[in-house]
Design a protein around this ligand. Structure first.
Ligand code: ZN
Length: 162
């Protein structure tokens, strides 16, 4: 069982505190009034006017924040289908973004191909559907949620030991 929990409503200062001091300098908070917390395994958003994206989740009753960098540049093959590494949703190429963490040691950095809008929680619940829906999964929503949480946890684990 994953130890990542369903999100509870957070304030801006709680979100800020889940990032390192260095990350807080670049942090752009999302519009929290628009967030429906009841369906979120993590809160993910792209920082307006930046090439940074942010993810916050609740693991072992403490909030973890991850800062990602992404490249706004165009994509090469729009017809290609790709899969989100966390929620396993199939998206068209422009529905998927390579998100890379800021942590790097010169030529090594960590990243994953994720849903561009970081709304994985809504995709696993069938609340949001990808633009090009195909091959519905045969596993239950509960299992998809559990798998998403495990993937978020595993990513953070890898990042912490990177
Ligand atoms: Zn996803």
């Amino acid at each position: 069982m994953s130890e990542v929990r369903l999100m509870t409503p957070l304030t801006g200062s709680e979100i800020r505190a889940s990032f390192s001091r260095r990350e807080q300098r670049d942090l752009k908070l999302p519009n929290l009034t628009a967030v429906d917390w009841s369906n979120l395994d993590f809160l993910g958003w792209r920082g307006p006017g930046t090439e940074l994206a942010f993810v916050v989740f609740d693991w072992k009753e403490s909030l973890k924040g991850i800062t990602f960098r992404y490249n706004k540049g165009g994509t090469s093959n729009q017809r290609m289908t790709m899969m989100c590494s966390w929620c396993k949703t199939l998206q068209s190429r422009d529905g998927i973004q390579l998100y890379t963490t800021l942590k790097s040691d010169g030529n090594k950095s960590m990243g994953d191909y994720l849903c561009r809008d970081l709304q994985c929680s809504l995709y696993v619940r069938g609340i949001d559907l990808p633009a090009t829906a195909r091959m519905p999964e045969s596993i239950s929503v509960d299992k998809r949620i559990e798998r998403l949480r495990e993937n978020v946890q595993t990513f953070y684990d890898r990042l912490a030991s990177f």
